[in-house]
Ligand binder design. Structure first.
Ligand SMILES: *Cc1c(COP(=O)(O)O)cnc(C)c1O
Length: 412
C-alpha cells in the first residue's frame, strides 16, 4: 500500500509539523496528554472500517463478532478500574457522554444545578450557547470568595431554593478535591440525581489520588484523553437502574455507529491504567503540579484556591498587569503552551481573562520531574515579567528546546 507521504504529501507535511511542535513545545494545557504508541496503533487500525451500530450481540449489521469482542473487553476493563454497575464506552467525546446522561435523566426544560463556568465548570454544564444551556433551566453554584473552594453549605442552600432535578459536580478548571459524599447528601435532601463529570481527574481516580465519584453518583461521565491518557473520547458509568436508558440515549439517541477503532484504543488505555507504572505516573503528575505551583508562588504569582490537589491549577495574573490572553500568546512564542482561563470572580471576559490554567499531565508523560518544574516556573516567570521583549522570549524558547530534547516523546 502507498504511504500517506506518497498519497497526500500536503496532509503528511502538516502532520509532521504538528509532530515536531508536540516534540519541541512544553505542553502545559491541562486537558492534554500524550498517548502511548499502543493507543495510537489501535486508533489507527482497520477497525475504523467497520460499522457496529447497536451493542454487543445486538448489532444492526453483520460481521460484528470482533467488534463485540473489543467492546466487551473495553467495558470489562473500565469496570475493573472504576467499579460501577453499568458502563457505556461508545460516546465519541466527553460532551456526547454528557448529552446522553441529560437525555436519559431529564426532560427538556428541567432544572439542573451546576458549577458556574466562570468558576471552573464546563460548557456542557449549562453554558447558554451549549445544548445544555439551551435545553435546560440552569442554576449555578460558585465558589467561596475567600477560599475559592466549593462551599457545600451554599450548594445545599441553592439546591433547596432551586429544587433541581439534577445536581452536577465536576469541573474543567478546579484544582481541589470535590467531596462527592457531601454532594450525594445534598442531592438526596432535595430529591435530585447526582451526575459527576470526572473528565479531568479520571486518571487520578484510578490511582486513588482523587476520590471516586462512582459509589455516590447515579451517573458518572469522563473523557479518556486527559489524565487517563487514552484516545480522544468519552464513556459513561451508571447504576444498573439507568443502564437501558443510557444505552438507548447513546445509540440511537444521539449517535450512529460507534468509532470502534477508538473503542479499541480505549480498551488499551484502560489496560495501561491498571499497571503499577500508571499509578506511579499519576503520583508524579500531582507532585509536579504542586511543585510547579509552589515555585510560581515563590516568584510572586498568586495560585487560585491557594494551591492544587490535582494535575492542574490556575494562576491569577492581576498583580502582573497582563491578561490571560496576552500571557498565553507570549508564552506560546517561547514554545510554552498554556490556555487563558477565567479565574473566580473575574472582572474580564472569557476571551480576555485574568488568568492562565496550567497542567502537568503531558509533561509528566515525557518523564519530567520536580527539578524540571523548578526550571519551567523560572521560564514562565521570566516570559511574563519581560512581556513583549522578543530577545528574552527567544532565549527562553532555546531553553525550552534544550529541556524538551532531553525528554523525547517517542515510545512513551
Ligand atoms: C474536557 C471536558 C469535557 C468534554 O470533553 P470533549 O471530549 O472535549 O467533549 C466535559 N466535561 C469536562 C468537565 C471537561 O473538562
Amino acid at each position: 500500500m502507498k504511504s500517506l507521504r506518497e498519497v497526500d504529501p500536503k496532509v503528511y507535511g502538516i502532520i509532521k509539523k504538528e509532530e515536531k511542535r508536540q516534540e519541541n513545545n512544553l505542553e502545559l494545557i491541562a486537558s492534554e496528554n500524550f498517548t502511548s504508541s499502543a493507543v495510537l496503533e489501535a486508533q489507527g487500525s482497520c477497525l475504523t472500517n467497520k460499522y457496529a451500530e447497536g451493542y454487543s450481540g445486538r448489532r444492526w449489521y453483520d460481521g460484528c463478532e470482533f467488534m463485540d469482542d473489543i467492546e466487551t473487553l473495553a467495558i470489562k476493563r473500565a469496570k475493573k478500574i472504576f467499579g460501577g454497575e453499568h458502563v457505556n464506552v461508545q460516546p465519541h467525546s466527553g460532551s456526547q457522554a454528557n448529552m446522553a446522561v441529560y437525555f436519559a435523566a431529564l426532560d427538556v426544560g428541567d432544572r439542573i444545578l451546576a458549577l458556574d463556568l466562570a468558576c471552573g465548570g464546563h460548557l456542557t454544564h449549562g453554558h447558554r450557547h451549549n445544548f445544555s444551556g439551551r435545553l435546560y433551566d440552569v442554576a449555578c453554584y460558585g465558589l467561596d470568595n475567600k477560599t475559592e473552594m466549593i462551599d457545600y453549605d451554599e450548594v445545599l442552600k441553592l439546591a433547596r431554593s432551586h429544587k433541581p432535578k439534577m445536581i452536577l459536580a465536576g469541573a474543567s478548571a478546579y484544582s481541589r478535591k470535590i467531596d462527592f459524599k457531601k454532594f450525594r447528601k445534598i442531592a438526596d435532601e432535595v430529591g435530585a440525581y447526582l451526575f459527576v463529570d470526572m473528565a479531568h481527574v479520571a486518571g487520578l481516580v484510578v490511582a486513588g489520588l482523587y476520590p471516586s465519584p462512582v459509589p455516590y453518583a447515579e451517573f458518572v461521565t469522563s473523557t479518556t484523553h486527559k489524565t487517563l491518557r487514552g484516545p480522544r473520547s468519552g464513556f459513561i458509568i451508571c447504576k444498573n437502574k439507568f443502564a437501558k436508558r443510557i444505552d438507548m440515549q447513546v445509540f440511537p439517541g444521539i449517535q450512529g455507529g460507534p468509532l470502534m477503532h477508538v473503542v479499541a484504543a480505549k480498551a488499551v488505555a484502560f489496560k495501561e491504567a491498571c499497571s503499577a507504572a500508571f499509578k506511579k505516573y499519576q503520583h508524579q503528575v500531582v507532585k509536579n503540579a504542586k511543585t510547579l505551583a509552589d515555585n510560581l508562588e515563590k516568584k510572586g504569582l498568586r495560585i487560585v484556591s491557594g494551591g492544587t490537589d490535582t494535575h492542574l491549577f490556575l494562576v491569577d495574573l492581576q498583580n502582573r498587569n497582563i491578561s490571560g490572553a496576552d500571557a498565553a500568546i507570549c508564552l506560546d512564542r517561547a514554545d510554552i503552551t498554556v490556555n487563558k482561563n477565567l479565574i473566580p470572580f473575574d472582572s474580564t471576559s472569557a476571551t480576555i481573562t485574568s488568568g492562565i490554567r496550567l497542567g502537568t499531565a503531558a509533561i509528566t508523560t515525557r518523564g519530567m520531574k520536580e527539578k524540571e518544574m523548578e526550571k519551567i516556573a523560572e521560564f514562565i516567570d521570566c516570559v511574563l515579567s519581560s512581556y513583549g521583549d522578543d530577545k528574552i522570549c527567544n532565549r527562553i524558547k532555546r531553553e525550552v528546546l534544550k529541556l524538551t530534547n532531553k525528554f523525547p516523546l517517542h515510545n512513551k
